[in-house]
Design a protein around this ligand. Structure first.
Ligand code: OGA
Ligand code: NI
Length: 284
């Protein structure tokens, strides 16, 4: 029998039955292993990001009703008469505001969508003339969502770093500090009479660090290219779809992928999505 091997006065089972706290010799000292990380989660994160460059985030702390409200105010904005939305029209040569994306060449194929594009952070650079006053809770709703998105992105950037065994803040410090940029794109894809000929959004990759997308809970449309094939991203109620942008592909030396994606249209139903793009402070 090894030294120190005496029979305990009470078995673990008995202590549990008696409602005792575990004595000190039961306390597991984890300093040897460092802080416990949800290893499985990190490995999954790594494998998703190296093969697909995207994943669905659930358990992010935002409730169904919270996200429904965000969808709702976005929908209410798009349902306003054109005269009202016209107040927020994009100016030529600038990306911010309501309308379509910038046209760079005469031959550019147009996307079947309307969108409102806002630079949301840093706060002192907001151009409030593009921020809808109608519906009346639009600005507050977006402001609040922004704060939540910012903290969720910190967690994601840190998990991505840890999944590569890198210093925890090595990505978050580029995208989530005080003067870093957050852009919001609120998009309506109206029903389209010829969905096999017209895309809601052409194939592209995002230039962001990461993009956090709230999909329409009732309509699919987003597709991701993998191995030469297009895959429809399923709608999971209240999940945020996270995809990496080109800047994360570059920062991770190409280990993580910035996936090519597009949006297809359909005949029957309009679709609304809200995309948030994290970008670094351009003066960094
Ligand atoms: C984007 C984008 C997808 C969507 O805005 O860059 O890819 O489903 N949006 O709206
Ligand atoms: Ni995109």
């Amino acid at each position: 029998m090894a030294a120190g091997d005496s029979l305990p006065a009470k078995t673990a089972h008995q202590m549990a039955v008696d409602g005792d706290q575990p004595p000190s010799k039961y306390i597991f000292n984890n300093t040897k292993f460092g802080p416990l990380k949800p290893l499985l989660l990190l490995l999954r994160c790594r494998s998703a990001l190296t093969t697909w460059g995207c994943f669905q985030a659930v358990n992010h702390g935002l409730s169904d009703s919270y996200l429904d409200n965000l969808q709702q105010v976005t929908k209410q904005f798009f349902e306003l008469p054109l005269e009202e939305k016209r107040k927020y029209f994009r100016e030529t040569g600038s990306v911010e505001g309501y309308g379509n994306d910038m046209t760079y060449s005469e031959n550019q194929v147009q996307d079947w969508c309307d969108r409102l594009f806002l630079q949301i952070l840093p706060e002192d650079q907001r151009k409030l003339r593009f921020w809808p006053e109608n519906p009346s809770n639009f600005r507050d709703t977006i402001n609040d969502y922004t704060m939540k998105i910012k903290s969720i992105s910190v967690v994601i950037f840190e998990a991505m770093a840890e999944s590569l065994d890198l210093e925890e803040h090595c990505f978050s410090k580029h995208f989530t500090e005080e003067h870093d940029v957050l852009q919001g794109r609120f998009i309506l894809y109206p029903p389209c009479p010829t969905p096999d000929q017209v895309l809601g959004l052409k194939a592209h990759s995002d230039r962001s660090g990461i993009t956090l997308l709230l999909q329409d809970p009732g309509v699919e449309g987003l597709q991701v290219l993998n191995d030469g094939k297009w895959y429809m991203v399923p709608v999971i109620r209240d999940a945020l779809f996270i995809n990496l942008g080109d800047q994360m592909q570059i920062l991770s030396n190409g280990i993580f992928k910035s996936p090519v994606h597009r949006v297809v249209t359909n005949k029957g139903k309009g679709r609304i999505s809200v995309a948030m793009f994290t970008e670094p402070d351009p003066n960094k």
